[in-house]
Design a binder for this molecule. Structure first.
Ligand SMILES: *[C@@H]1O[C@H](CO)[C@@H](O)[C@H](O)[C@H]1NC(C)=O
Ligand SMILES: *[C@@H]1O[C@H](CO)[C@@H](O)[C@H](O)[C@H]1NC(C)=O
Length: 226
C-alpha cells in the first residue's frame, strides 16, 4: 500500500480511499481558497516587512505551503484520504482547458499488479470519462496557480523592501502529483508525475532561464513513497 503500511495492522491493506473528485467553490472574485496557506503567507510577508528589513544578520525564512496538495474528503467515508481538488472560478479561469493532455491508460488487465493495487486503493479503477480526468487536471493546475500567487506575494514583499537583490529564493516540494496519470492521483509511486519535484532558484548570481538536467535526490524518494 505504502511504506508506512508495514507498521500497521494488515486490515489496513486493500482499503479504498475516496475517489478523486473536483469541487468548485465561491465565485470569480474568490482568491483565497486555501485560507491556512494565505494566512501563513501573510505572516511571512509581514515578517519580511517588519523584521527582516531591520536585521543586520542574514536570515532564513521557511514557508511551508500545503497547496497544491489535494484536500481531505471527509464525505468519502471512514478511510477518506485527500482526494478533493478544490478551487474557485477565479483560479480555474486561468487554466487553458484545450492545452490539457489526457494521459493514456493501460487496460486494467494489462496493468502490473503493483500498479493495479495502487490504482485500486486510490479508488481509480472505476469508470472515468475524459471530461472527468480533464477536470481533475484543470483543478490541479488552478491550485498550482494559487500557489504561484502566494510565492508572488513573497517576491513582491522582498522587492518592496529592497531585499530582493540580496536574497536567494528557493521553491521546492517533497513530492509531485500524478493528477490521473497511470490511473492514479496523489503520490506513493515512483512515476515521473509524483517523484519529479520542482526546484526553482532565483537570486543574485543565478542566471535567468537556466535549467539543469534532471537530478534525482534520494532525499525526495521517501516522502514520495509515503
Ligand atoms: C470509491 O468510488 C466509488 C465510485 O467509483 C464510490 O462509490 C465509493 O464510495 C468510493 N469509495 C470510497 C471509500 O470513497
Ligand atoms: C466543497 O468545498 C466547500 C468549501 O471548502 C465545502 O464547504 C463543501 O462542503 C465542499 N463540497 C463537497 C461536495 O465536498
Amino acid at each position: 500500500n505504502r511504506v508506512e503500511a508495514w507498521t500497521r495492522d494488515v486490515d489496513f491493506l486493500l482499503r479504498q480511499e475516496g475517489r478523486p473528485m473536483v469541487n468548485l467553490t465561491g465565485d470569480r472574485k474568490h482568491v483565497r481558497v486555501m485560507e491556512a496557506d494565505w494566512q501563513n503567507t501573510d505572516k511571512a510577508v509581514n515578517w519580511i516587512k517588519e523584521e527582516a528589513v531591520n536585521l543586520i544578520q542574514p536570515f532564513v525564512l521557511y514557508l511551508g505551503l500545503n497547496l497544491p496538495h489535494p484536500y481531505p474528503s471527509p464525505y468519502a467515508g471512514e478511510n477518506f484520504g485527500s482526494s478533493t481538488f478544490l478551487t474557485s472560478p477565479y483560479w480555474l479561469e486561468k487554466v487553458t482547458y484545450e492545452a490539457i493532455k489526457i494521459p493514456k491508460w493501460s487496460s486494467l488487465s494489462e496493468m502490473h499488479p503493483v500498479d493495479y493495487y495502487s490504482s485500486y486503493t486510490k479508488n481509480c479503477t472505476g469508470e472515468f470519462t475524459k471530461q472527468e480526468v480533464r477536470n481533475i487536471r484543470a483543478f490541479y493546475y488552478a491550485m498550482c496557480a494559487e500557489t504561484d500567487a502566494m510565492l508572488g506575494e513573497i517576491i513582491s514583499a522582498l522587492r518592496d523592501t529592497g531585499l530582493l537583490k540580496e536574497t536567494i529564493i528557493i521553491f521546492t516540494a517533497d513530492h509531485g502529483e500524478l493528477a490521473m496519470e497511470h490511473r492514479q492521483f496523489y503520490k506513493m509511486s515512483m512515476y515521473e508525475g509524483s517523484s519529479h519535484v520542482p526546484l526553482l532558484v532565483m537570486g543574485p548570481g543565478v542566471k535567468e532561464q537556466q535549467q539543469v538536467p534532471n537530478v534525482v535526490s534520494l532525499v525526495d524518494i521517501y516522502p514520495t513513497m509515503l
